[in-house]
Design a protein around this ligand. Structure first.
Ligand code: SF4
Ligand code: SF4
Ligand code: SF4
Length: 263
């Protein structure tokens, strides 16, 4: 952290992404710009040219290190930052980029590009698996209030963590009909809440863009059992879990359950 009376220097970096999480910050309007009373935002390419510094107190990283150049930048960010905060689902859980990991990722590149052998096509790696991350703000896009709360907690030397409530909690507070009970594939019981169940408010199933709750293995097994009882195949269920990168977490829980069964 900076010397007394000096504002902390903050950078907001974007790797490969749609930049939606950075726009979510700008959607805070004057609340975002009021932050400059407390922090120096030195790098944020949506509002100014990028500047290269040798040190930041806090760096936020949006997007995924899809290319080796991205990965080098990410490692450099870690080297020059006291605190690194992962910003959004692309960075945190792989986001839509991670779909290719669940298939033949080399072939998938050829569905998109004609001369696919000339395109760098790496397996997707989540930022917290590539570098040490101090905090994660989940979501696609993030809930920008989480960003404000985190910044003020860091400035005040307080800890910050999200409540581990499932999406179902806010969905039912909002009195939505339950799509799972109607036989649809809704991941709300295992998905990390904090989004005000925005998809369910529009009658769209939850696909867990904020990632999976901590210690949810048994909940995952229970949800899959309910869905299979509704007539879905395991392939149908896993496909829905791919969209935002949650499938690897689900497969881990299934593998752990199989291991326990075979003991
Ligand atoms: S997490 Fe979603 S909104 Fe944020 S950069 Fe990635 S795709 Fe865009
Ligand atoms: S619709 Fe989905 S999020 Fe809402 S209560 Fe049912 S399972 Fe949970
Ligand atoms: S309801 Fe699910 S998919 Fe929709 S924003 Fe919330 S966590 Fe993401």
């Amino acid at each position: 952290m900076p010397k007394k009376n000096k504002k902390p220097t903050v950078a907001i970096f974007g790797l490969t992404s749609c930049e939606g999480c950075q726009f979510a910050l700008l959607d805070l309007h004057e609340k975002f710009f009021e932050l400059t009373k407390y922090i120096d935002i030195d790098e944020f390419r949506l509002i100014e040219d990028e500047r290269e510094r040798s040190h930041y107190d806090i760096s936020f990283v949006e997007g995924n290190p899809v290319t080796s150049e991205n990965l080098e930048i990410l490692e450099r960010i870690r080297e020059i930052s006291d605190t690194v905060v992962v910003l959004g689902g692309c960075a945190d859980i792989g986001g839509v980029w991670e779909i290719k990991n669940y298939h033949d990722y080399k072939k998938m590149g050829c569905y998109v590009y004609d001369k696919c052998d000339t395109i760098e096509n790496r397996k997707i790696i989540e930022v917290p698996k590539a570098i040490k991350a101090d905090y994660v703000i989940p979501g696609c896009p993030i809930n920008a209030q989480n960003f404000l709360d985190l910044v003020f907690n860091i400035l005040n030397g307080k800890p910050w963590a999200l409540k581990q409530n499932p999406v179902c909690w806010e969905c039912q507070i909002n009195k939505n009909p339950c799509l799972l009970q109607q036989g649809k594939i809704c991941l709300g019981p295992i998905a990390l809440g904090g989004c005000n169940a925005v998809c369910l408010n529009s009658r769209q199933e939850c696909w867990a863009c904020r990632g999976i709750l901590d210690q949810a293995d048994q909940k995952i097994i229970n949800l899959i059992k309910i869905l299979v009882d509704h007539g879905w195949t395991k392939a149908d269920i896993l496909e829905k879990m791919e969209f935002f990168g949650a499938r690897d977490r689900i497969e881990q829980a299934l593998a752990a359950a199989d291991k326990d069964k075979n003991k």
